[in-house]
Each structure stands twice: as structure tokens, then as C-alpha cells.
Design a binder for this molecule. Structure first.
Ligand code: SAM
Length: 249
């Protein structure tokens, strides 16, 4: 089995593992983006599986995999919405941090230290694969996305966010976030590993997924808030894709 794990990238996340749940720590940008990420994720899942947001446990009965789950910033809200959640990360130290937080929150989440390809080889299947801010950290994005597709049931939903590659994303995501605002440790991101939306659509298609939507996440420095944009995918963006075959419902 080939691995898509980039050991250098994983070492960076191992070193920061204790800070996952500190809103002012090294994962501050993810905490700041979480409301818009969750807005997109919940809307897409509810639309695909015909669930009513605002009701109690609308995701009951859905099996969701959060691949590259980190400390569980997305697993926990999915579990609160009633989903059966598996969180997987290649960085071993993330797992006890995520488990301890879920325990404190009274949530039952199945966290595992493994990889997408190992899970796919074991034949695991999910209704939804969340693949948020991970693809820019793997060694082989095509092999990684192929494993993500294998992990979906036919008709299943793949949600993937990452960072565009252009001069603006270099200025914002690396110079701005790492050197000026110091939201992230220097060296967290490698600009050359960023992926344009066109490249991601092409990779997903080659991996056997059918892209169906893409949106940008845009930061407003005046309101200090993130919002979702139909047009501006110049830095952070998110995509939805389906595994062909079968019906999602
Ligand atoms: C930027 S963090 C995103 C965490 C989480 N998805 C979120 O958005 O809150 C990237 C995570 O992906 C994990 N990771 C990187 N490469 C991976 C791989 N090949 N398989 C599984 N996890 C990986 C890292 O250990 C890290 O926890």
C-alpha cells in the first residue's frame, strides 16, 4: 500500500497538537473560519440527504468520516447534529487531544490514528467524507483523493477545502497569516503545495469523483469575519463532489 502521508508535514502537526482547542493558539485561523465552514458543510449535507437543519439531530443515521480531523473541530459539531462520526488523523498526538475534548463535551466519537488509504484498504464506507484543509499537506493528492472516493458509499458526498495557489494566496495565507498576523507558525504552509480550484476539480475527476459545487471563504478585515462567496475563490475555498452511482438518500 502506498502512503500519501508526508512525514515532514505530520511532524509539524504533532508539534502543535496540544493547541487544537485554544481559540487563540496556533489553530486560531481554523477556529475563526469554523462558523463559515460549518455553514457550508451542514447546508451541503442537509441538501444531499434531505435533512431539516434546525431540528434535533438532523444527521441521525449518517456515517461521516472526517479525514485529517486534527483535534476534532469539525467532528464535534457533526456528532452534535446526530451523525455517527469517525475522525482519522495521521498525526498520533492529535488523537488523545481529540478524545479528551470529546469526553469533556460528552460526545461519542470514534477517533483513530490511521490514514485514508489504510481505511480504504480495510473496506470502510461512509455517507460523507469531510476532507478539510488536508489535501495541501499530503504527498500525493491524486492517490489521497482516490482513497477518499473509495471510502464513500455510491452516491456519497465529498467535501474538500484547501488554499488556492496564486500571488494573493502567497501574500495572505503565508506572509499575512504566518509572518504578519502570526496566526500560524512560520512554515506551516508550503505555497508550492497549494492547489488551484481547476487543478482540484481535475484531480477529483481523475480520482473518480464528480465535482458539483465550489465556493470561496473570504476574510473581511473590517468586520474581522469570514463569509462564503460564490465568486471569490482567490485564497481559501471549498468544494463539493459526489461519488457516482446510487442515490444518496
Ligand atoms: C490543517 S489541519 C486540518 C484539521 C481539520 N481537518 C480541520 O479542518 O479542523 C490538517 C490535518 O491533516 C492531518 N494530515 C495531514 N496529512 C494527512 C494524511 N495523509 N492523512 C491523514 N491526516 C493527515 C494533519 O495531521 C492535520 O491534523
Amino acid at each position: 500500500m502506498t502512503t500519501t502521508v508526508d512525514a515532514g508535514e505530520i511532524a509539524k502537526f504533532e508539534a502543535m497538537a496540544a493547541e487544537w482547542w485554544d481559540p487563540n493558539g496556533k489553530f486560531k485561523p481554523l477556529h475563526m473560519m469554523n462558523p463559515v465552514r460549518l455553514d457550508y458543510i451542514t447546508t451541503q449535507i442537509a441538501g444531499e440527504y434531505d435533512r431539516q437543519l434546525g431540528t434535533e439531530r438532523p444527521f441521525e443515521g449518517l456515517r461521516i468520516l472526517d479525514i485529517g480531523c486534527g483535534g476534532g473541530l469539525l467532528c464535534e459539531p457533526m456528532a452534535r447534529l446526530g451523525a455517527d462520526v469517525v475522525g482519522v488523523d495521521a498525526a498520533a498526538r492529535n488523537i488523545p487531544v481529540a478524545e479528551a475534548h470529546a469526553r469533556q463535551s460528552g460526545l461519542d466519537i470514534d477517533y483513530r490514528h490511521t490514514t485514508a488509504e489504510a481505511m480504504a484498504e480495510a473496506g470502510e464506507q461512509f455517507d460523507v467524507v469531510l476532507n478539510m484543509e488536508v489535501v495541501e499537506h499530503v504527498s500525493d493528492p491524486l492517490a489521497y483523493l482516490t482513497a477518499c472516493r473509495q471510502l464513500l458509499k455510491p452516491g456519497g458526498l465529498h467535501l474538500c477545502s484547501t488554499i488556492n495557489r496564486n500571488p494573493k494566496s502567497f501574500a495572505m495565507a503565508i506572509v499575512g497569516a504566518e509572518y504578519v498576523m502570526r496566526w500560524l507558525p512560520k512554515g506551516t504552509h508550503e505555497w508550492s503545495k497549494f492547489i488551484t480550484p481547476e487543478e482540484l476539480y481535475d484531480l477529483m475527476t481523475r480520482a473518480g469523483l464528480k465535482p458539483v459545487d465550489r465556493k470561496g471563504y473570504v476574510f473581511n478585515p473590517v468586520s474581522w469575519k469570514w463569509s462564503i462567496s460564490d465568486r471569490d475563490l482567490s485564497v481559501n475555498y471549498v468544494t463539493a463532489a459526489l461519488k457516482p452511482g446510487g442515490s444518496a438518500c
